[in-house]
Design a protein around this ligand. Structure first.
Ligand code: FES
Ligand code: FES
Length: 155
């Protein structure tokens, strides 16, 4: 199967029904996307496919044939973090960090679609990503900060 990962065109020979998450982690050694529930309920495995957030645990690799996959490893440009990554650091929007890559990838997709979301739109857009450390307020602030670069986000 041929598809693009983080801007690089790849050919992968594998069982087409394998989960994309397994191919990313085991074959391509891109370990940013995490295995959580394994059944599309937690968002830890979120990556973007053609700009849309998908759960890579429940997406077969054949379904991304010819498409562009973006993982957390493809967000930064050299040493320069993506604004969403930067905002998560500045807001301290993680504790154990297990959910963080999925949260960031979903936030990137959300802000691409809705550059200036309301708090409610953020809550709805981030639906499907769970944080076992219950860091939701900080995550909300991080997404708000990313939506207003350079601006102080008030609580
Ligand atoms: S591991 Fe994919 S949604 Fe939970
Ligand atoms: S920071 Fe621990 S699961 Fe979210």
């Amino acid at each position: 199967m041929k598809f693009t990962v983080n801007g690089k065109a790849l050919t992968v020979q594998t069982d087409p029904q394998r989960p994309l998450l397994d191919v990313l982690r085991e074959d391509l050694h891109l370990n940013g996307a995490k295995f959580g529930c394994g059944e599309g309920r937690c968002g830890a495995c979120s990556v973007l496919v053609d700009g849309r957030r998908i759960f890579s645990c429940s997406t077969q690799v054949k379904d991304v044939e010819g498409k562009e996959v973006l993982t957390i490893e493809g967000l930064a440009i050299g040493e320069e973090l993506h604004p969403v990554q930067q905002a998560f650091i500045e807001e301290g929007a993680f504790q154990c960090g297990y959910c963080t890559t999925g949260m960031i990838m979903n936030a990137v997709a959300l802000l691409k679609k809705t550059p200036k979301p309301s708090s409610q739109e953020i809550r709805e857009g981030m639906n499907g990503n769970l944080c076992r450390c219950c860091h939701y307020q900080k995550i909300l602030k991080a997404v708000q900060r990313a939506a207003t670069p350079g601006a102080e986000v008030r609580s």
